[in-house]
Design a protein around this ligand. Sequence first.
Ligand SMILES: Cc1ncc(COP(=O)(O)O)c(C=O)c1O
Length: 375
Amino acid sequence: MNNTAPSPCFVLDEQKLENNLSLIKRVADQAQVEIILAFKGFAMWSAFPIVRKYITGATASSVHEMMLCNEHMKTKSHTYAVAYKDDDIDQILEGSSHITFNSLSQLERFGEKANDLGVSVGLRVNPEYSDVETDLYNPSSPTSRLGVKSENIINDLPDYVEGLHFHVLCESNSYALEKTLASFEDKFGHLLPNIKWLNMGGGHLMTRKDYDTGHLIQVLKAFKAKHKLHLILEPGSAFAWETGTLKTTVIDLVENGGVKTAIIDGSFTCHMPDCLEMPYRPKLANGYPEVDKGQYKYRLGGVSCLAGDFLEAYSFDKPLNVGDEIEFLDMIHYTMVKTSTFNGVQHPAIGLKKKNGDFELIRTFDYSDYKKRLS
Ligand SMILES: Cc1ncc(COP(=O)(O)O)c(C=O)c1O
């Protein structure tokens, strides 16, 4: 597979993306909610013409994401950022249909202006419930900087606030959403009669095989019927879940202290940072994350000089040789958007495996891309 893709290369599978998009559209239609794409998880804009066949909106968390939404989703964005700067706010308001503030102080600073310009104003709250176990990805701890806690909303919200927003889930199921909603209602239910929309953030991994979409639709319909609100979900991962790979190649084999390392022309820290941050072990097309499954074991080493740029032993059915392909599965969400050119490591090309099986090379990166980020 991906014979004509260069190495390294992110390869998006068009059919798999369309499968995810059509599932998401079906959920949105059946539950009568709006589901928009969170660019922070997937922003491969060359694929947006495909995305636009199924959904119409996106959420942006910065001026640049907002500009991408305006230009390539061809619509104003739902914008939420941890904080807005005075210098950016006019541009943000011009390109946004909705703006969500993360704190009461930011709401006070910019809310009225947003409303006067016809942008629908929301406030992010912290329901203080989450099933996310990794602290790095848990936005709803009691000391989190993300969202206003109920104890801090002493007075009524200004009349112009039309929406509330929470984001507490990460690769979660509909049962976690149901529990989140119970906590949200408990803490913020009294505000619901005065608002028009509720944005339930991301983390709804409805395209994962074991996700109970029937239950999600039921939960959303019940909540909507009870509170008469327009509901918005803004997943990122769910759109690009299992839609493509990162192709790399073994460029050296080293052995030290009895540990064999296959050095690849990719890097975990530069191209797959969540493997180190979360951490997690991606699956391979041609090997096993389980160390005992194949007969031949190799640590996989990134080509940057960061000492920790490696994943502990994977196993293979055959010994590895220089030139062998190592293809990491499910490498589209939160990869392309997070890459760096640390060490000047070659940035992976970006390509599309089309529905007819053809490979289309969309973008390659060279010295000028590395140089342009610096001065
Ligand atoms: C505010 C907000 N919305 C949406 C998302 C998308 O979440 P996911 O990609 O897990 O669906 C995130 C992710 O961090 C987020 O912070």
